[in-house]
Design a protein around this ligand. Structure first.
Ligand code: 0X9
Ligand code: CA
Ligand code: CA
Ligand code: CA
Ligand code: ZN
Length: 437
């Protein structure tokens, strides 16, 4: 970690000098040329640096920043951290925002050089790359054949399997038990979330014979876990041995933000970008990304006899330590298909979960407006009680998207009780406000 800090500072100083000498960039975040090549887009992406935007203490101000299509990393108090090109910073400053340079783009250990070794830097070896995730899931299934079943819900853009593991007693049978979905890694660089899903898998399989509470969850629920919704982006992020801060999937020309690609008020409200070079590019149409389309297909397939079997969902992200609920597209607490009782239910369970992990509970639009997010679709289309968790750290100072692997155990186990609470209420989530189902 000390080594990393030193590397980051050294890189920042060097890049600072480089920025002063650099000629103005020819690509702009707001007006991408249709002919822009992937290579140019990637070069522009790599040139971005980290800035703090000050005095953005309201959802309106934060949404105004996000609406420019800039890459928002996190928000803490009245400060947002963003990854931006010089052109993007000019746009923000022209709108009156106070923007302060912090550091060059995040980079990990450079000891690999750019050898194309598709793995985490040695210092972060405990994080699982795609091959290691695959092996871990195969092992869980092999070790616990009665309660764990691995399958693929389809392929990513680059043809990787979108793995899903089911955990339940009589796992081969579709029983009449509440179903709960945990999905991770819609955003490539949010590697800690993959570890979160793997922890859920290992806890509910390895603990089955020894822990009565685990056994009772596994026996009474059907748990679906998808550790990586975006394996292409995730592999790309670590492919050179230094982190690339990559967020989107890998569809040309510059990737699509999977969490802006869902078909519920897709692109409605300034909560996503139509520019291919933006980090919140929503794609040319809803579900244009195979990764979101396959997850959609799976969730749609759980409508059995006219009834959606999945009652609850957590979509894990990093970072900011938040528990977020729908809707993201509007700041109103209620909306079409989201009644006052629904809102109270979301708030009550959200606050209870947040009390267990010491995250901050709020409606997702209290952070900033997002449209086309998965949780809006899960609720809007399927009435699934769906939450976004933004995991550790609380701010960019805790390591941003790249906390050292030493924190994995502490920061994933931190969510055990919240996960258990969601499973507890999965038979009837409104029970949390005293209602019956
Ligand atoms: O912007 C996002 O997609 C999430 N933040 S992140 O830094 N992980 O990218 C927040 C999404 C919150 N909004 C909804 N889930 N609707
Ligand atoms: Ca380490
Ligand atoms: Ca079962
Ligand atoms: Ca079932
Ligand atoms: Zn995210």
């Amino acid at each position: 970690m000390l080594t990393r800090r030193r590397t980051l500072l050294a890189t920042a100083t060097a890049a600072c000098a480089a920025l002063l000498l650099a000629t103005p960039m020819t690509t702009s975040a707001t007006t991408p040329s249709p002919a822009e090549t992937s290579a140019a887009a990637e070069a522009a992406h790599a040139d971005k640096a980290i800035y703090l935007v000050h005095k953005v203490g309201t959802p309106e101000l934060r949404s105004a920043v996000a609406r420019t299509g800039i890459d928002v990393m996190g928000a803490d108090g009245d400060v947002m951290s963003v990854r931006a090109s010089e052109a993007e910073v000019r746009v923000l400053r022209a709108k009156g925002f106070e923007v302060e340079f912090r550091a060059a783009g995040e980079h990990g250990d450079h000891s690999h050089g750019d050898l194309g070794i598709a793995d985490f830097p040695p210092a972060d070896a405990a994080y699982h790359n795609f091959a290691e995730v695959t092996a871990e899931l195969r092992k869980a299934e092999a070790d616990h054949p009665g309660i764990a079943q691995l399958r693929s819900i389809g392929k990513s853009h680059e043809n990787r399997d979108l793995w899903m593991i089911k955990i339940s007693d009589n796992v081969a049978t579709d029983e009449n038990e509440p179903e709960v979905l945990f999905n991770c890694n819609q955003h490539a660089r949010e590697h800690l979330t993959v570890e979160m899903c793997l922890r859920i898998v290992n806890r509910f399989t390895d603990g089955y014979t020894t822990d009565p509470a685990i056994k009772s969850f596994v026996d009474s629920r059907e748990i679906w876990v998808i550790p990586s919704v975006n394996p292409d982006g995730s592999e790309y992020d670590v492919a050179t041995g230094s982190y690339r801060s990559w967020r989107k999937n890998r569809q040309a020309p510059g990737g699509t933000d999977l969490n802006r690609n869902w078909d519920y008020n897709w692109g409605c409200c300034g909560g996503s970008s139509g520019s291919t070079s933006s980090d919140t590019y929503r794609g040319p149409s809803a579900f244009s990304a195979p990764e979101t389309a396959r997850l959609r297909d799976f969730v749609n397939s759980r409508v059995v006899g006219g009834k959606q079997q999945i009652t609850a969902n957590i979509d894990f992200h990093t970072f900011s330590e938040l528990v977020l609920w729908p809707y993201g597209y509007t700041t109103a607490d209620t909306g079409p298909g989201l009644t006052a009782d629904d809102a109270r239910t979301f708030q009550t369970l959200g606050r209870q979960m947040a009390a267990t992990n010491n995250y901050k509970p709020q409606q997702s639009s209290d952070l900033y407006i997002t449209d086309g997010s998965s949780i809006d679709w899960m609720w809007g289309r399927h009435k699934i009680w769906s939450y976004t968790f933004e995991m550790f750290p609380s701010s960019i100072w805790g390591g941003g998207f790249y906390p050292p692997d030493e924190v994995i155990n502490r920061e994933t186990s931190r969510n055990d009780r919240a996960v258990d609470l969601m499973l507890t209420y999965a038979d009837c989530v409104p029970r949390v406000i005293g209602k019956t189902c």
